[in-house]
Design a protein. Sequence first.
Length: 350
Amino acid sequence: MKNKYFGFACVLFLSVISCVAQNDKIGSTEFYDFQGETNCFFDNSEIYNLPVSQIIVEGEVENAGKVDFSQLVLHEMIVKETILEKGEDKFIGAYRYSGYSLADILNLFPLKKANAEEFPPIGDVYVEIENDKGEKIVVSWGEIYFSNNMDDILVATNVARIIPEKSKDMWTLPTQAKMVFMDDFITARNISNPVKITVKSYKNDEILIEKGKSPLYSPIIDILKDGKILETITKNSDFSKSKSVHTVFYGKGRGLHSTKPFTGLSLNDVLKNHVEFNTESLMNQLIIIVADDGYRNVYTWSEICNRNDQADILLICNPEDKNKGIFRLFPSCDFLSDRAIKGIDRIIIQ
């Protein structure tokens, strides 16, 4: 009987040693499915630590300070990373990341809008993230908190390669913590070693607030940059390339609005002749949608033109709507309807 238990113990010990040997690599953080025992393809390579620096949150928050990661839970995502090189797409690897969601991080720092007295809604809030090299990116508040996937933006602290079974490509591993955006096609915003997060609200003294204005109506949309009108959209503009999106239209206030489809032009198609598609614009460009009563929402250029989830943001024209017309926005990428602004009269390229 003793020999039987001794033999079992030896087998168990050798199994553990084998498992450890497979994972005894610099930076490896935990066991992985190297024998292919699970159904998941994405857990078949070792996981590595990505050292994270101290991150400060400041700006329009109640309690600016350091991020305490011990209060947060880990989230996981799979990402295919592609950069722009000489104007062309260049694929650089497929990875499984785990880390802390930007939504969870900012939940530790309650919002305190500088312009709350003048404009209480949160749609004009955005976040600027800076790394140790001084590189900066922008993220809209809507991307973080209205999204269909609230935890799709991470400060990644662990990484594993997703290795093709035939080609065995060993993608270059990052060496530091990094921002990771699951829904970006060109991953220009995936900057390494973030150290500062600044919460801001969009300010423009030329936008007058007329709360309760009725009718909320504008027959045109001016597209502006640096105070100059680049284009004016009217009901006679070409909407022949409109597309339809069937959705459950649900708001954080009234709940269900409808389950009817929305039909309109891709906002990307409306703006692509006025905004360059390059690394800098994907990192830093803001687009502000303004209604006839001064209500506004901030979007990033990246979330408009650089999606890998085929979730369009539609500009809808309804000439028959004399009360809240004639233009409105429908962001199919959002879970909530609150950025579906009506009575649009301006689009500002910031």
